[in-house]
Design a binder for this molecule. Structure first.
Ligand code: PXP
Length: 251
């Protein structure tokens, strides 16, 4: 069955908007594990605007206490990133070609250009016992080249699938992803997927056979807010209404 790895970057972003540890990433990680999530994902970026490097350590310690729960650390393999990954030994490292200023990951690797460097990094990670994955667009040429890097898996960048879902070009784009996944599997690589997947579009995507893992963060967080926000507003109103407020003196 496909594994769900919950990306906790949005929780980290909320936490970072105050000088306190609220919400606590570890509390949410624990909640995911109790809910049955198969894994946790963090994507630390150089400015640490969401996940911080220290969070990688904290989650690695948490995951070590829960047999079978995986930790996936994704990001651009800068020297610092690789140092943190090699120190904390996550289950999987997903290499992503995002620039430091990028709002979010928005394209896969050009393996033709970066193949030699990726092969070297992938070898280093695998020798440390870390499973590797390469973030890729559903492009057959890139997928064939990815095979030459020795990566264990690829992660298909699903934004174009998600954005076309339910639109005229939806089926054509879906077919592109299906063929890309089947090609990667034929070449011996496992297939993960992620970006902009949500409760509406995920089911259709998973009709592609053999998807090993989906990592989901943004929509999962927004959907959680949507399902709890109204109730929480009512809870606050109930507290206000139940409080006997002192009568204000008017002169
Ligand atoms: N995969 C990668 C490489 C990502 O950068 C992200 C976003 O951080 C995701 C998956 C998850 O995407 P989303 O937050 O849209 O679910």
């Amino acid at each position: 069955m496909t594994k769900l790895s919950v990306n906790l970057n949005k929780i980290a972003l909320l936490r970072n908007s105050r000088d306190s540890n609220y919400p606590s990433l570890l509390d949410f990680a624990g909640l995911c594990v109790r809910a049955g999530a198969d894994g946790l994902t963090l994507h630390p970026r150089p400015d640490q605007r969401h996940a911080k490097y220290v969070d990688v350590h904290d989650l690695a310690v948490l995951v070590a206490g829960h047999a079978g729960v995986e930790l996936n650390i994704e990001g651009n393999p800068s020297e610092k990133f690789l140092q943190v990954v090699l120190e904390n030994l996550p289950t999987q490292c997903t290499l992503v070609p995002d620039d430091p200023e990028q709002l979010t990951s928005d394209h896969g690797w050009d393996v033709v250009q970066h193949g030699d460097r990726l092969r070297e990094i992938i070898g280093q990670l695998q020798r440390a016992g870390i499973r590797t994955s390469l973030f890729l667009d559903p492009d057959p040429e890139q997928i064939r080249r990815a095979r030459e890097t020795g990566t264990d898996r690829i992660e298909l960048y699903t934004a174009s699938y998600a954005h076309s879902y339910g639109h005229d070009d939806g089926e054509t784009v879906f077919e592109q992803f299906r063929e890309a996944a089947l090609l990667a599997q034929e070449l011996g690589m496992g297939v993960n997927a992620g970006h902009d997947l949500n409760q509406d579009n995920l089911g259709r995507f998973l009709t592609i056979p053999g998807i090993l893992e989906v990592s989901i963060g943004h929509a999962l967080t927004v959907e959680s807010l949507l399902s709890g926000f109204e109730k929480t507003v009512k809870n606050y109103l109930a507290i206000i209404q139940a409080t006997i407020q002192p009568v204000q003196q008017t002169s």
